[in-house]
Design a protein around this ligand. Sequence first.
Ligand code: AMP
Ligand code: MG
Length: 420
Amino acid sequence: MTSILQTLSCADGYDPESLDAERARQLILDMVSPVEGSERIGVREALGRVLAEDVISPLNVPGHDNSAMDGYAVRFADLAAEGETVLRLAGTTFAGRAFDGRVGPGECVRIMTGGVIPEGADTVVIQETVRTENGRLVVPTKQRQGQNIRRAGEDLRADTPAIRAGKLLHPAELGLIASLGIGEVAVRRRLRVAFFSTGDELCSIGTPLKEGEVYDSNRYTLFGMLTRLGCEIVDLGVVRDDPAAIEAAFREASARADAIITSGGVSVGEADFIRGLMAKLGEVAFWKIAMRPGRPMAFGKIGGSWLFGLPGNPVAVMVTFYAFVRDALLKLSGVMPIEPLPRFRVPCVTPLKKRPGRSEFQRGILFHENGEWKVRATGSQGSGVLRSMSEANCLIVVEHERGNVEPGEPVDVQPFDGLV
Ligand code: AMP
Ligand code: MG
């Protein structure tokens, strides 16, 4: 088996001392592949899970030729090429209650939207274009054969895939599966992700803070982000900056999870002893990414588990999670294809300080003004200021090459809605 470090070092544009953020995302994504294992569960339980097998439609959808409009089902051959045609009303068909009979020559049937096209008829004339005279229907000329009919199997043919394996199931898919009369689906097992925080200064909730200590918040943002992604989580708590304790935590994490996320301990001052430890336990690359926040990062494998070693700063944890970890975890969970988080461009009303040569992820507030969406930066952009994440409703992503942004210039934004 080729080693991870070897594979990485052969990749185009690989320089662990300076990686473009997009390159790093792609390198990680290329390395990981879906974990094995699936189960069959009920449709409702499948919300947020990843489909393990194609859902094959047992039915034609729609099941029958039916009317797209309220009107009259007629035989096209009865209609005169020139002038009006007078037809006899033979009955009515509603959605769910079919006309019981055949439309004979010179006849028509009242039909509602969704009503099954009765035998003999091949065209629907909409009600707004006809008139009745002495109990008879008068149809104007210039109808098209087959008009206003939805064909059986037009949306979906029986025995063809309705949803492909790899799809993350949203409300629309639950409805689609139910519309086929299917009650259970095969989904991938949930990805198991273990995480812990490192740092002698960290204190857990419930313990009074001593001087110089801070409460550990990263395990809470990680809990939230991973839960939203549909992962099963293993919270291993706070681990001291002590090689034996960290080694024990890594061993437990890799025994229990498919992926491990750590926060802290990868910055230059701290990386050295972790580096030695990693070399002993697995294969891990230490990266400097040209981005802010979130420059240092570790990526590799410990035992059978992928490791994402994130920086300790609370904002950096969230930004790097969405920049690198999210897509990789989705791929590990079996999602196919991976669609990057959407970004779109809006004018930025506040000036942004930005240095060329790195990507910056600033916290922003998208707002609507005079019929247009715009963005402004939140106040402090310090990477430890978690409050700025909470005030923000998007990230402003300023590209690698770009310098300062003047008010009114367009910038890319990545909305939080549904993510954070
Ligand atoms: P590090 O990457 O370990 O050097 O940490 C960078 C900064 O983030 C330091 O100010 C840490 O105190 C802070 N930090 C690290 N881990 C956490 C955590 N789990 N919760 C809150 N702050 C943290
Ligand atoms: Mg630390």
